[in-house]
Design a binder for this molecule. Structure first.
Ligand code: NAD
Length: 541
């Protein structure tokens, strides 16, 4: 260290491959999918650079074929979590002193491994574990994860370059120390990229990590760990544990060296974790950093000046891609009366054209939802809508869990703007639409703002600049990511830093330097060249 001011490779977004019929990437991913689907893996815990088999295992199955077993994973006991913490703290002694360029090289290498030799494998694993179509897998587990890994390195040096003024008498320097202690990453099922990024970005900044992936994502998390291992992440820096989330979390949060939580998942769980950290606050050596990106009830508002076909496309893609299981998925829409007939017809036409089934058949646009719990919850709300007098299902409404957890893309129209599915995050392929009188645009914006506790994403579609401006102001606090004339999903690292406020999270913007700032504790070093030898100031004379 200290022998050069190194530039890093300029971060560029990974190009999304097409997987069109006849393309080499399509053959590669389909062959890998078949091979993985028809074999079984065993996923141990990963502690201090070693695979740990506990003997207590659970099976893993694809959501689109829940009786088919693709492997097992091992469940931790409390002693394993304590071991993971101890090994993280031990690794910290050397990792936190490792020059930044060495840390950067490891994660840049991880990005290239995913872009090349691991691409088909991580995509196939995400298709199997989370039932993503190849396009959804590619934009997540390949491209977004590669982007996170590349751009984080750029963001890290941008942070390191942020330095105070100095004078000829004193040189002021800031070093961006990793947090003192160990950090905890808790990741959701729905994005392989988020699962990889949460532990990786903390480790990149010099931290050591205990990482708990979602039970429903362990199959693809295994590929991430294989990549990190091959890229050279040293033993103890990222430790992976599976099992009872309550036991794991209790053990982690009870430790005085716990220094930060990087969470993505549902609002309720995040609030519980925050509360638990608060209850333990007297025990910690430092004030833990708490970063959480959580639920959403994301909206589309159309103004009467909007183009009906564009509104319908924003709904069809924004609500139903990946079965609506994106935190950013549109799940409520407000359409003016004058556009409704056209929007309705286009949406029904789109939904009726969707094919649903296994992601192995690449003509399918819709696959299964993640697990039985999610399926049952969605079925319950759909059944309720079938009987409620203020709701009507205009397309979809069917479901079947005999082979996989399949829920038909469903559009509910309600006469009650506060109807339950206008307010509650369902996290599935269901959107609820409220049709408003064209002249009630201002009141409708107020309704959008006040209907849900969340503020993650939202979109306004209009060709009228005054209406766009009015919505941008009225919805200032209703979404952390606000889209004009687009669907509210599909944020790209480095282009649309992602995060919401209110009940949607701490808004520390994944995919930006702001997030990485949370994982460092700056130390200011002032060095005075001529040290004073007399306490008296001139004014005293
Ligand atoms: P989830 O809250 O069920 O699980 C998230 C993680 O928390 C998992 O690792 C899970 O095992 C763990 N967990 C569950 N119970 C716990 C407990 N009692 N103590 C400690 N950990 C516990 O969420 P999910 O179903 O995996 O993901 C969907 C949710 O995530 C949705 O609400 C979605 O909006 C949100 N999400 C938000 C963003 C964002 O950027 N805002 C991104 C992706 C997902």
């Amino acid at each position: 260290m200290g022998k050069g001011f190194f530039n890093v490779p300029i971060a560029v977004n990974e190009t999304v491959k097409s997987y069109a019929p006849g393309s080499p990437e399509r053959d590669a991913v389909l062959n890998t999918y078949k091979e993985m689907f028809h074999s079984k893996i065993d996923v141990p815990l990963y502690i201090n650079g070693k695979d740990v088999e506990t003997g207590n295992t659970r099976t893993m199955s694809p959501p689109h074929d829940h009786q088919h077993i693709v492997g097992t994973y091992h469940l931790a006991q409390q002693s394993h979590i304590e071991e993971a913490i101890t090994s993280a703290l031990e690794a910290r002694k050397t990792w936190s002193q490792m020059p930044w360029e060495q840390r950067a090289a490891i994660f840049l290498r991880a990005a290239e491994l995913i872009a090349g030799p691991y691409r088909a494998k991580i995509n196939a694993a995400t298709m199997i574990a989370q039932s993503k179509t190849i396009h959804q897998a590619e934009i997540d587990s390949a491209c977004e994860l590669i982007d996170f890994l590349r751009f984080n390195v750029q963001f890290m040096i941008d942070i390191y370059r942020e330095q105070p003024e100095s004078t000829s008498e004193a040189w002021n320097r800031v070093e961006y120390r990793p947090l003192e202690g160990f950090t905890y990453a808790v990741t959701p099922f729905n994005f392989t990229a988020i699962a990889g990024n949460l532990p990786a970005c903390m480790a990149l900044m010099g931290n050591v990590v205990v990482w708990k992936p979602s039970d429903s994502q362990i199959y693809s998390a295994k590929v991430i760990m294989d990549v990190f291992k091959e890229a050279g992440v040293p033993a103890g820096v990222i430790n992976v544990v599976f099992g009872d989330p309550v036991m794991i979390t209790n053990t982690v949060l009870a430790n005085p060296d716990f220094s930060g939580l990087h969470f993505t998942g549902s609002t309720f769980i995040f609030r519980e974790l925050w509360k638990q950290i608060g209850n333990n606050i007297h025990n910690y050596k430092t004030y833990p950093r708490i970063v959480g990106e959580t639920g959403g009830k994301d909206f589309i508002v159309a103004h009467k000046s909007a183009n009906a076909k564009q509104v319908a496309t924003a709904i069809s893609r924004g609500a139903f891609e990946f079965q609506g299981q994106k935190c950013s998925a549109a799940s409520r829409a407000y359409i003016p009366e004058s556009l409704w007939e056209d929007v309705k017809n286009y949406v029904i036409e789109d939904v009726n054209s969707f094919k649903m089934g296994s992601p192995e058949d690449m003509s399918n646009f819709i696959t299964a939802v993640i697990h039985e719990g999610s399926f049952d919850k969605l079925a319950k709300y759909i059944n309720q809508a079938k009987t409620d007098s203020d709701a009507e299902i205009i397309v979809g409404g069917g479901f079947d869990k005999s082979k996989g957890y399949f829920i038909e893309p469903t559009v509910i129209v309600t006469s009650n703007p506060k109807y339950t599915t206008m307010c509650t995050e369902l996290f599935g392929p269901v959107i609820t639409i409220y049709v408003y009188k064209d002249d009630d645009f201002a009141q409708t914006l107020k309704l959008v703002d006040e209907t849900s506790e969340y503020a993650l994403t939202g979109a306004i579609l209009s060709t009228d600049r005054y209406a766009i401006d009015e919505a941008t102001i009225a919805l200032q606090n209703s979404a952390g990511n606000f889209y004009i004339n687009d669907k509210p999903t599909g944020a790209v690292v480095g282009q649309q830093p992602f995060g919401g406020a209110r009940a949607s999270g701490t808004n520390d913007k994944a995919g930006s330097a702001q997030n990485l700032m949370r994982w460092v504790s700056p130390r200011l070093i002032k060095e005075t060249f001529i040290t004073p030898e007399d306490y008296r100031y001139p004014f005293l004379g």
